[in-house]
Design a protein around this ligand. Structure first.
Ligand SMILES: Nc1nc2c(ncn2[C@@H]2O[C@H](COP(=O)(O)OP(=O)(O)OP(=O)(O)O)[C@@H](O)[C@H]2O)c(=O)[nH]1
Ligand SMILES: [Mg+2]
Length: 426
């Protein structure tokens, strides 16, 4: 059963580049996803954060007073704070201070389903926790990760105890890295096998909650193996932040037998902690090696442009750049926009829930990933029936005829396939 949400303050700074309205709305969503209830927001305009207390002195006093008035015991900060900023703010306000990074790590920890995701998140948390052992948040983290055994509850705890915790965490990190390396070896093999498969690889990427998994499921229901009869191939979709943490790859077969692989990936949010970005780099290999990215955008969100910028920045950070991309403006059913509508070579407005939209998107994907196909004529001797079967499994023949020695086939082949079957091309 869900406990009553804990009341918190959201606090943030307007620095020169920040879009604080967008970031605070996002922070509120992150807080709510952690069962926190933001009751008030405090902001201040500063060139850069105060190195000691994040806010200036006056603001800290204002917040301290409000902590008493509102009877709030937790403050959520919009940036990643330094360990000493957290400690000083906690001392001044008498409340627990959590930063954006801590919140995101907690959500990921709750959502992680697979062994790899769990280890990656745990590693990221320990890395975050290590320099923060003397903040009150680390006590909660301790209990959750079992890292420090929930050992010290007062800030005056002895250096030895602190040293012990540090050592334990470091040892745990070494262990997890080893376990991950072992697990990833298996994953690399699988991914290499897929590459041999020769099928174009299309990856769904985008901001969290944009509708990536929904789109994947709708397309799978129609074009997946076994199609709608097979629910086990469906991925998890839900109206929540970070519903998906691990990458799923599925094969789609279109009515004309053209095939491609579609992968669903973790969603992004601004200021995604570096430790998590690093941790999920390997999970995001599918996106990095994709022939085509579908950048899914929730166009019904007033902040969708900021979300697009966030996604592009994150992709760059994980080393995915210069990939051919289609921007998919999704959830148009919640707006006044016309859909489905192709708006240029690389953009389309759709609703993932709408069949006509799915078809229009598939057409656009085909134009991109099968653009190297060409019509060829093949002559296959009668004793090479296996070659003909191989082709028939993947293609609808445009024409089929016979002569004395074999079958004459007209079919669309990709560059790779034209190479494979070059002996039969006439
Ligand atoms: N109205 C409407 N809702 C949609 C559409 N696409 C997705 N949704 C809803 O949006 C919510 C989030 O969808 P998901 O598919 O889980 O989003 P995601 O991009 O996979 O999110 P993460 O896994 O968190 O990154 C769900 O409640 C969906 O039903 C759409 O085209 N129209
Ligand atoms: Mg998802």
């Amino acid at each position: 059963m869900q406990e009553t949400p804990r009341k918190v303050f959201l606090v943030g700074l307007t620095t020169s580049q920040a879009n604080l309205t967008y970031e605070l709305e996002e922070l509120g969503n992150l807080a709510r996803a952690n069962n926190l209830d933001p009751v008030e927001t405090f902001t201040q305009k500063l060139e850069r954060p105060n190195p000691a207390t994040y806010f200036g002195k006056g603001k800290v006093e204002e917040i301290s007073a409000a902590v008493t008035t509102y009877d709030v015991d937790m403050i959520v900060a919009n940036d990643e704070l330094t360990p000493s900023q957290i400690r000083n703010l906690e001392k001044a306000t008498n409340a627990t201070v959590v930063d954006r990074t801590g919140l995101i790590l907690d959500i990921f920890a709750q959502r992680a389903q697979t062994k790899v995701a769990q280890l990656q998140v745990q590693l990221a948390r320990l890395q975050y926790q290590l320099p923060r052992l003397r903040t009150s948040m680390s006590i909660t983290l301790d209990q959750q990760t079992g890292a420090g055994g929930g050992g010290f509850t007062s800030r005056g705890a002895g250096e030895t105890k602190l040293e012990q915790s540090r050592r334990r965490i470091t040892a745990q990190m070494v262990h997890i890295r080893q376990e991950l390396a072992d697990l990833e070896k298996g994953e690399t093999t699988r991914s290499a096998q897929r590459q041999n498969n020769d099928l174009p690889n299309v990856a769904l990427v985008g901001y969290t909650n944009a509708g990536k998994s929904t789109l994947m499921n709708r397309l799978l229901a129609r074009f997946g193996i076994g199609a709608s009869n097979d629910d086990s191939k469906q991925v998890f979709e839900k109206d929540m932040l970070f519903a998906t943490l691990n990458t799923t790859v599925r094969q789609l077969t279109l009515p004309d037998k053209k095939q491609f692989l579609l992968s669903d990936t973790v969603g992004f949010v601004s200021k995604l902690p570096h430790s998590l970005v690093a941790a999920f780099k390997s999970t995001l290999q599918e996106a990095a090696s994709a022939d085509l990215l579908l950048h899914v955008v929730d166009v019904s969100d007033p902040h969708y442009q900021d979300m697009m910028t966030t996604t592009n920045k994150t992709l760059q950070e994980i080393g995915v750049s210069g990939r051919p991309t289609i921007t998919v403006y999704n959830k148009a059913d919640r707006t006044e926009l016309v859909f489905p509508e192709v708006t240029g070579e690389n953009a389309i407005t759709i609703s993932a829930l709408d069949i006509a939209s799915q078809d229009a998107l598939i057409d656009l994907i085909k134009q991109h990933v099968f653009k190297d196909v060409a019509v060829v004529n093949l002559h296959i001797p009668f004793d090479k029936g296996n070659i003909q079967a191989q082709l028939a499994a993947k293609h609808t023949f445009l024409q089929e005829d016979y002569d004395d020695t074999g079958t004459l086939i007209t079919v669309e082949l990709s560059t790779n396939e034209r190479e494979t079957f070059k002996d039969y091309i006439v």
